[in-house]
Design a protein around this ligand. Structure first.
Ligand code: ATP
Ligand code: MG
Length: 683
């Protein structure tokens, strides 16, 4: 992954001259202080925020070693604050009331809106009063299952304001997945919307919630109230008179559409009804630093999702600080993170991080391919976006199309382009840099997890010389180490091992909701004294960190340990290949061999010759031992709803085993059957 791509991209003059961190020396100096004196470092940062009262004990208290007792992490214990107050009231007090907090861009390019900080606070206060009225108290969990509309932000901030714990579930999950999460968190309230257009597809969101609630009822769990935003349906009377019509075109403006929804009197309430007459003022609940802020389930790429719990103060410090430095945010800039708020990326870098910096963001309801593959770039031109953040899966999908989809839009306002979610292969990195950024932008490949709360390994745009495919160096306060199977630190360059972290940073999760033991077992048992990411990584001879993917996705071919990401990178360098996923496959002699699934670019066709060409490509690029045994055509790959490839399913397909396990987090189930049918005869 690194050896063929040791090209260096030093910070560009236009980026680093006014950057918050403008040289690598400055980064190193700040970093050193952050790890030698974490309490002092973060104490200083905490001064930017509003505290009702200061910490009562040590600024940082923790135990990372399960042999010494239960794992615990406390930042600023005893201090009192409120993240919603800091995000809104504090910024309004600083004169930002009339500034746009969010633009809203609909699925249909003609649908749009915006909200100022002042108006957002009013809406949040009104909804906070609604929550109180329906009996919500501090500590109660609230399920939020909503499309990308402004009310989603209002709902989550209202929870934060009154101390309710939001559990946001991406509104693309099935009713089964939603029910599982409602049950696990014991939520009695669900906040949702009637429906949403995603591209040319109409989604009856309310129906999915109804089904989920039925499942909960069967498990003897009561969902008392369901608050429904009228996003699409016309009026109550119209709703009951209209037939459900899946073939309608996306609406040109919000209220024109035919969507039939069912209504459960006594349980369902319209958002606009219950908001009527509410006071636009609501005093923030003063929360203890270590009170829970929200819980969020991981994507489920590797197994049953975990209810990751984050707390108030540490998450606030970390989300705001990583946002400021990693995107090098400056007042007046428009920032856009394409992630749905239902993922951690949306929590930290669409909502809390930007708002706490007084930034202007964008909430985008739609998808990158609607009405065509130029949508992202059209939005960047429209709002003059300076900082842009998306996922490798989107980049790889978009680079399949002609570059003119990008180049016909003005992107001269762009300065920083971020990616997150998976390792980004150098091919995609370079396309992002050359085509999207026109060689004028810094690329930040940010490594982090739901569990870490914010970026943990990442370049800083004005300070770090980047290498395509490497997430580079740790953020302030983070101490990454590479361990071997026995838990010994690997110091040798380019040797792969387990990526772990030595000491807590403020944004690290505090527990798995309702299951502290699972928290300890999953992250701390394997290597006492370290937080274990579950990802593999290595450091090159310049100290750059390369995250090589999940530890489970390593292959051992004749004694050579290989990461599948490395082989995938080699495959996508071929001009006909858009995407590749590689898994291990049992082999009589070698122990394991590699089995490759390749998705070709638009207009290309798969052939046996191409298969052999690709095998040779890997052989020349990495070495004879890495030559794949099988290459299969894959028109699409099984992905989670967040767009990550589910390699555990591909491992089953590779061996022809139809017992593929839990597929509730899979975006499209039909992909599996088509891949079974395309298996090569010799597999
Ligand atoms: P689950 O834990 O349920 O299997 P998940 O790990 O996919 O789901 P997330 O927390 O959304 O859930 O994703 C974090 C993971 O995404 C990381 O552990 C890593 O595998 C991958 N990842 C994220 N960003 C990067 C990156 N920049 N480079 C490499 N891998 C990344
Ligand atoms: Mg994970």
């Amino acid at each position: 992954m690194d050896n063929g791509h040791s090209d260096l991209y030093p910070p560009l003059e236009r980026i680093h001259r006014d950057a918050h961190v403008s040289s690598f020396e400055q980064y190193k100096e700040m970093y050193q202080r952050s790890i030698e004196d974490p309490a002092g470092f973060w104490d200083e940062i905490s001064k930017q925020f509003f505290w009702k009262s200061p910490p009562t004990g040590e600024f940082l208290q923790y135990n990372f070693d399960c042999n010494k007792g239960p794992i615990s992490i406390k930042w600023m214990d005893g201090a009192q604050t409120n993240i919603c107050y800091n995000a809104l009231d504090r910024n309004i007090d600083r004169g930002m009331g009339d500034k746009i907090a969010f633009y809203w861009e609909g699925n249909n390019p003609n649908d749009q809106g915006s909200i100022t900080f002042k108006k957002l606070l009013e809406e949040v206060c009104k909804f906070s009063n609604v929550l109180k009225k329906i009996g919500i108290k501090k500590g109660d969990r609230i399920a939020i299952y909503m499309p990308m509309i402004l009310e989603l932000i209002v709902a989550m901030l209202a929870c934060a304001r009154i101390g309710a714990v939001h559990s946001i579930i991406f509104a693309g999950y099935s009713s089964d997945s939603l029910a599982g999460r409602i049950l696990d968190a014991k939520c009695h309230i669900v906040i949702t919307a009637d429906g949403v257009w995603r591209g040319a597809k109409l989604l009856n969101v309310k129906k999915i919630v109804d089904d989920a609630v039925d499942i909960c009822t069967k498990s003897s769990h009561e969902v008392r109230t369901c608050v429904v935003v009228r996003h699409l349906s016309p009026s109550e009377e119209d709703v009951s008179n209209l037939k459900h019509d899946e073939n309608t075109e996306p609406p040109a403006s919000r209220p024109s559409l035919k969507l039939k929804i069912n209504w459960h009197d006594g349980r369902d309430v319209w958002w606009h009804d219950i908001m009527t007459g509410q006071s636009p003022e609501c005093e923030a609940e003063w929360m203890m630093a270590e009170d829970p802020l929200f819980m969020l389930y991981t994507s489920g790429s590797t197994g049953k999702p975990k209810g990751v719990l984050h707390t108030v103060a540490g998450y606030m410090l970390y989300s705001a600080t990583t946002f400021k430095f990693v995107f090098d945010y400056h007042p007046g800039e428009v920032y856009w993170c394409t992630a749905d708020v239902g993922w951690i990326t949306g929590h930290t870098y669409t909502c809390y991080g930007p708002l706490n910096n007084g930034a202007t963001g964008i909430i985008f309801e739609g998808v990158p391919f609607f009405p065509d593959a130029g949508r992202f770039w059209a939005i960047i031109e429209k709002y003059k976006v300076a900082k842009f953040y998306t996922a490798p899966t989107a980049i790889r999908a978009l680079m399949k199309y002609d570059d003119s989809f990008v180049t016909k839009y003005d992107r001269s306002t762009l300065k920083v382009l971020g990616t997150v979610g998976e390792p980004i292969n150098p091919e995609a990195w370079l396309w992002y840099y050359n085509v999207v950024g026109n060689k004028q932008c810094a690329i930040v490949d940010t490594f982090w997890q739901t569990e870490t709360g914010g970026h943990v390994i990442t370049p800083l745009p004005g300070a770090t010389t980047t290498k395509p495919g490497s997430a580079t160096f740790p953020f302030f306060g983070v101490v990454p180490v590479i361990l071997d199977e026995e838990g010994r630190e690997i110091t040798e360059p380019n040797k792969e091992g387990y990526l772990v972290f030595k000491q807590p940073w403020p944004g690290i999760m505090r527990t798995v909701y309702g299951n502290h033991e699972r928290f300890e077992t999953t992250y701390f048992k394997k290597f006492p004294g370290y937080y274990c990411t579950g990802d593999g990584g290595k450091k090159d001879s310049d100290g750059y960190i390369w995250v090589t993917g999940r530890i489970d996705d390593m292959v051992n071919v004749s004694g050579h340990l290989l990461s599948t990401a490395e082989i995938e990178s080699a495959l996508v360098e071929h001009h006909k290949v858009a995407e590749a996923a590689v898994v291990s496959h049992p082999h009589k002699i070698k122990g394991e061999c590699t089995y490759c699934f390749v998705t070709l670019k638009e207009g290309e066709t798969f052939s046996e010759e191409l298969g052999s060409e690709l095998k040779t490509k890997v052989r020349t690029k990495i070495g004879p031992f890495a030559m794949p045994d099988f290459v299969q055509n894959a028109p699409s790959l099984p992905k989670t709803r967040s767009g990550k490839i589910m390699r555990r399913i591909l491992r089953k397909i590779a061996v022809g085993d139809r017992d593929v396990g839990d597929i509730t987090t899979l975006a499209d189930e039909t992909v599996i059957e088509s891949l079974f049918n395309l298996r090569p005869d010799d597999a």
